[in-house]
Design a protein around this ligand. Sequence first.
Ligand code: FES
Length: 132
Amino acid sequence: MKKHVLLELAELNDREPAYALVHNVDLVVVRYDEEVSVLYGRCAHRGALMSDGYIDGCITCPWHGFQYRPEDGCSPPPFTEKIATYELQLDGDTVLLNPKALSDGTERPVTIIDELIDTATAQTHSERQNNA
Ligand code: FES
């Protein structure tokens, strides 16, 4: 699957939703502590842009307050709304997105910045060894 360059880590502020448009689909990107999440960017209620919302444990819609958990796009119980999630990868400081949406409410693999940086570093080291 071809990965899409989404943005640079430096463009993401902690707990500030960011907007992205990929293949004409609105997305919301969220960094919270050392994790990054990408969800479908429109609220399941009436389609507000989730990037205009705020982070309060969940991503909270700016219009009527629907909330979605960043790890799976599900509203917390007792609510049942869901939005799609996306897989991410980190290449150095660049956040790469698999543009194929996971099903609404699918828990995506946690994207932890430090681990990904370590992985990227390890691959680079490994490549160096192969080239030696
Ligand atoms: S549009 Fe999001 S809660 Fe209404």
